[in-house]
Design a protein around this ligand. Structure first.
Ligand code: GRF
Length: 192
């Protein structure tokens, strides 16, 4: 049996990916324990999910720190205190900086709602629709200091020719939840 790996999830908003990862860990679907939610918005639904699931959270306000370096050092302390081995970004709306990248080199991953390297940024689904795309999807990738950059780990795709952005977004989110769990499993078992 593989020992459970300690994961921190970073989120800024709704937290459906955080919830999917946390539930998969709690049900034993992935050999991991989500020991920390890091969130930069105290009103985020992700914080409520953490409470509901009994997961500790570190909620910070970036502007209360002098620099990214300073708040990332605070995050690293929180992670170290709980023995975090892997960080999963799930709708964390900040570019990760040197402090985290150096401490968790090759151990920070992200999910993005497009088939990268197309449609980076915060409006990926709308941008893809506007471009006339018919094959949509999601990508998990290693994180580097660039926006939605870093080596791709997994992708999932669907053909969608409708025009209901809400329906499409829900379909992509479903792909994301399964994909993230699959990627974490892969990473833990080093099959990548
Ligand atoms: C997801 O679409 C993810 O790919 C992107 O931000 C969104 C977060 O959604 N990075 P949620 O907060 O997990 O519901």
């Amino acid at each position: 049996m593989v020992a459970k790996r300690k994961i921190a999830v970073f989120a800024s908003g709704y937290g459906s990916n955080f919830e999917a990862i946390a539930r998969a860990a709690q049900s034993g679907e992935i050999p991991a324990e989500v020991v920390l939610l890091v969130c930069d918005k105290k009103s985020a639904r992700a914080c409520d999910i953490a409470n509901e699931l009994g997961i500790e959270s570190f909620i910070f306000t970036a502007k209360e720190y002098n620099s990214k370096q300073e708040y990332e050092s605070a995050i690293v302390e929180q992670c170290k205190a709980r023995g975090v081995e892997m960080i999963c970004l799930a709708g964390y709306m900040r570019i990760v900086g040197k402090v985290l990248l150096e401490r968790y080199a090759e151990r920070i991953i992200n999910i993005h709602p497009s088939l990268l390297p197309s449609f980076k940024g915060a409006h990926a689904i709308q941008d893809a629709v506007d471009y006339g795309v018919k094959i949509f999807g999601a990508t998990t990738h290693f994180v580097d200091e660039t926006l939605d950059g870093g080596r791709i780990i997994d992708q999932g795709a669907i053909v969608y020719e409708g025009n209901d952005i809400e329906e499409l977004t829900n379909l992509i989110h479903k792909i994301e939840h399964n994909l993230y769990v699959k990627t974490i499993n892969k990473l833990i078992n080093k099959k990548f």
